[in-house]
Design a protein around this ligand. Sequence first.
Ligand SMILES: Nc1ncnc2c1ncn2[C@@H]1O[C@H](COP(=O)(O)OP(=O)(O)OP(=O)(O)O)[C@@H](O)[C@H]1O
Ligand SMILES: [Mg+2]
Length: 151
Amino acid sequence: MSPNREFHTHSPEETIAAGRQLTHDLQPGQMIILRGDLGAGKTTLVKGIAEGFAAALQEDVTSPTFTLVHEYRGPAVTLFHIDLYRIDTERELATLGIDDLRAEPASILLVEWGEKFEQIKAQSDGEISIERTGESERTIVYRAPAAKPLR
Ligand SMILES: Nc1ncnc2c1ncn2[C@@H]1O[C@H](COP(=O)(O)OP(=O)(O)OP(=O)(O)O)[C@@H](O)[C@H]1O
Ligand SMILES: [Mg+2]
């Protein structure tokens, strides 16, 4: 995967702004893995993505740690913000019905801890990684999947 876009942020607000920018790279039908340690800023980034799609206000985007899936409907896309941190088995994963969410019209799935599951990795349309490089510094990298060869 080649890096398509990179941001260096110095505050949560800047990460939210990066999320707004990243909406230009995302398209309906995609599933994107959000990769990064606990507290890296994945949920903070989703605040910006949701705002960029006019699907939610940043203060209304909260962590789906316990609820597992949050849905934000915008005029052009429906965002599903999913957190697999507490999901340990493929069986539990299946109960979330991720395929059904993908089948919703104009859905974009943003999956925290998606890299835990091979099937999520295999089906994803790229990833956004967030690395903590200081107390309030983060490096955010969006990578689209390498183009699949045409048959
Ligand atoms: N530049 C920054 N970008 C994003 N968050 C930052 C930044 N600097 C400090 N923070 C703080 O880091 C924390 C990020 O929390 P957030 O819930 O977004 O992380 P997360 O990656 O979703 O964690 P988890 O895996 O626990 O869900 C917040 O408390 C935020 O205020
Ligand atoms: Mg989170």
